[in-house]
Design a binder for this molecule. Sequence first.
Ligand code: FA5
Ligand code: MG
Length: 422
Amino acid sequence: EYDPIKQTVTYPPELVINNQNYSTDSWTNVTPHILSRIGQNLHKQKHHPLCHLSSRLRQYFYQQYDPRKLSPKFSIIDNLSPIVTVEQNFDSICIPKDHVSRTKSMNYYINANTLLRAHTSAHQVDLIRSGLDAFLCIGDVYRRDSIDPTHYPIFHQCEGVQLFNKEQLFVDNKNVRGETKDLQIFAANEHRDATKQEGHTLEAVKLVEASLKQTITDLFKTLFPDASTLNSRWVDATFPFTHPSWEYEVEIDGKWYELLGCGIMEHHVLENSGLGRDHIGWAFGLGLERIAMIMYGIPDIRLFWSNDSGFLSQFAFDDSTRSVRYKPISIYPQCINDLSMWLGKAKIDPLDFYDLVRTIGGDLVEQVMLTDEFYHKKKDRHSQTYRIIYRSPDRTLTKNEINMIHKDIERYCIAQFGAEIR
Ligand code: FA5
Ligand code: MG
C-alpha cells in the first residue's frame, strides 16, 4: 500500500519496473504516479506534439553530412531507459558529491544507487565511450519540482553533443601552406578563468562557442520561421559539466523563457569518456515541452499527458513541419481550495506536500503554493496554509469530485502529520 509521506515504511522489499527487479531502501521515493508513466515515451508516440518536435530536431541535425563517412554527422538515440545509476546521472559528469541536485528532495530514487534520470546528460559519457563524436539523445526525465503550468515532474529533454579534434576545429584556419600546426586546442600554461577551462586555448574555446551558438540559433530559426518577431538572448550560466556555460532564452509576450542550457564540455567529462587531450566539444540540453508549448501555443504542460481526443486530434497529421496553433476546446474553470492546518513542532516539507497532492489529485491539480507559514510560540506549534488550484486541462470538474480529493488530502495530513485542519 502506498503512503505518500511515510514512504519508507510501506515500500515492498523489491519494485518491479519494466520486468526488472530493484531492491528498495531508505532512498526509495518514486511514487506510483511517476512509475505509471515510465515507458509511455510521448516523444515516440505517433502524432504526439512531442514526437513532431523530435522529428523536427532529427530532420534539422540529419541535414549535416560528414563528408568522409557520407552519412549524417549526428547520431540520434531516443530509446535509452530512464532508469540510470547515480554514477551515470551525477559522477560521470563531475557533479560534486555534495551538490544539492543529488538530494532525495530533488530526485526520484529507486534505491541509493539507482534513480530516474534527472537529465539526458546522464548518457553523455556512455555515448562518447561507444565511439560517437556527434549525437542527440532524446528522452523522458524526472524531477521533484514545484507545480505550475510550466513545470511537471516528468518532462522530455534533448541532449546534443559535438566533439572536435584539431583538424575538425581548425579546418578553416589553415596557413598558406594548408597547415594548422601552429594552432592548438591544449596548452600547458593556460589557467581557468571566466572565459575558459585550464589547459584550453582561448582560440579553440571561441571556435567551439561559435559552433554551438550558430547551431542553436539556426535551429531556432528553423523551428520558428517567423523568428524575426522572436527575441532571444544568451545568459551566462553555471553547470558542473560545462565551462563556460550559457542559457538560451526567448521572449514571448514580454516574458523571457529559458529553453536550454549549454556550454563547452568540461575536459574531465571527456576524460571519463576515455578521451585524451585531443578533443574539445560542446553540449546542450533543451526541454521539449517548453519549445512545443511556444511552437503550438499549448498553455499548460499537463496537456501533453492528455488522452483526450480534443487535444490529440489537433496534431493528427504526418508532416511534422506543419505549423499549427492549439485551439482550446473551451476554458475550464479553476477551483481554488485552501488547506490551513496546525502542525506540531515539525513542519511539512513543501516538496513532500506537493508529491502527496500530485499522488492523490493526479493531473487535476494545476498549482500548489505554500501561502502562509508561522510558528505560534504559546502553542509551540507550526501552522501552514497551502493553496491548491484544481483544474482539468480538458474538461469541467464537478464540485463533488474536487471535494473528495481535497478531503482525501486533509485525511492524509491528519493521519500522517497529526495535522489539525483549521
Ligand atoms: C540541465 O538539465 C542540463 N543537463 C542541461 C545541459 C546539458 C547544460 C548539457 C549544459 C550541457 P536544466 O535543469 O536547466 O539543465 O534543464 C534544461 C532545460 O530543461 C531547461 O532549459 C528547460 O527547457 C527544461 N526544463 C527544466 N526543468 C523543467 C521542468 N520542470 N519542466 C519542463 N521543462 C524543464
Ligand atoms: Mg536551468
